[in-house]
Design a protein around this ligand. Structure first.
Ligand code: COA
Length: 275
């Protein structure tokens, strides 16, 4: 029997899929669900998969934090209150620096904390019909627990970030692309197939190179590096990558290109070993 009750964890062939599974509650994230996510992310990280997909059961991705179980029910017991929400901070921080490529597959309702989850993922493939919103102001708070951070770091401008924070207006999956929350939007009927195709492409690439893509992007983004520092940092990381992969990009990737076996503009080199 699975050790998880509120999520489904599947790990197979370099891919992990975690499904938020409280469809009767629109997959709202309760303290128990958060605690399970802490364990699940450790399990997936230890499995060294290349890609981790996060999605939801039923017609919701994540309806946000469980407003009753996380907030209302525990408010008068401060210790229990903090105990209930602390695991959410833990797994969200882990998600932000997760070693595998993280893909949010947004199949439906996506509110507040659900938007935070998507905002922390590397890639988001979303249903055009999905509905998104920063609903916090509607029940009297601001988007907290890291959600405002994801607004600032995903939305293209202050005017849009503050507009959706202050009005709680909803938007759909197509608009989510323009607003910076999603990489691609497709009709719901095509969401699974489209995501599978992208994931299949990702797992053909090297584990280390994808990790280094993420690390380099993160550092340059977070430290707001100046161009000369970024150039030096990137070349140093290239040597690190080369060492970690036993120079596979030269010995296999470019060797194969030299023989005109593939076109790097359109396809990846065939990995000869697990790097
Ligand atoms: N916390 C706790 N319970 C939630 C929830 C949440 N964030 N989101 C949905 N639920 C519960 C509903 O209360 C309802 O429970 P019930 O069957 O015991 O009455 C159940 O899930 C189904 O939701 P319902 O509201 O009937 O579905 P709907 O399709 O009419 O509406 C939403 C869907 C998502 C628009 C609506 O549920 C909603 O506004 N949820 C809250 C969104 C939100 O503000 N999230 C917090 C962000 S941090």
């Amino acid at each position: 029997m699975s050790k998880y009750k509120y999520i489904i964890v599947e790990i197979e062939n370099d891919i992990a899929t975690i499904t938020f599974n409280r469809p009767e509650k629109k997959n709202a994230m309760s303290p128990d669900l958060h605690a399970e996510m802490c364990v699940a992310l450790d399990e997936v990280a230890a499995a060294k998969v290349k890609v981790m997909v996060l999605t939801g059961s039923g017609n919701a991705f994540v309806g946000g934090m469980d407003l009753e179980k996380c907030f209302f029910d525990n408010w008068d017991d401060p210790e229990k209150f903090v105990e209930g929400i602390k695991p959410s901070f833990e797994w969200m921080k882990h998600l932000k620096t997760f070693p595998a490529v993280t893909v949010a597959k947004v199949n439906g309702w996506c509110f507040g904390g659900g938007m935070e989850v998507v905002g922390l993922c590397d890639i988001a493939i979303v249903a055009e019909e999905s509905t998104w919103g920063l609903s916090e102001v509607n029940f009297g708070i601001f988007p907290g627990g890291g959600t405002t951070w994801t607004v600032v770091n995903n939305m293209p401008s202050r005017k849009q970030g503050l507009y959706y924070t202050l009005t709680a207006d909803t938007f759909n999956g197509k608009e989510a692309v323009d607003l910076g929350w999603a990489s691609k939007a497709v009709p719901l009927a095509e969401l699974d197939a489209h995501t599978d195709k992208i994931v299949a492409g990702l797992v053909k690439k090297g584990r280390v190179v994808m990790q280094k893509c993420k690390e380099v992007y993160e550092r340059i983004d977070n430290l707001n590096m100046e161009f000369p520092e970024a150039v030096d940092y990137e070349i140093a990381k290239l040597f690190e990558l080369s060492r970690l992969t036993d120079d596979d990009w030269i010995r296999s990737g470019l060797q194969s290109f030299k023989k005109r076996e593939y076109k790097p503009g359109l396809e990846e080199y065939k990995l000869t070993k697990d790097v």
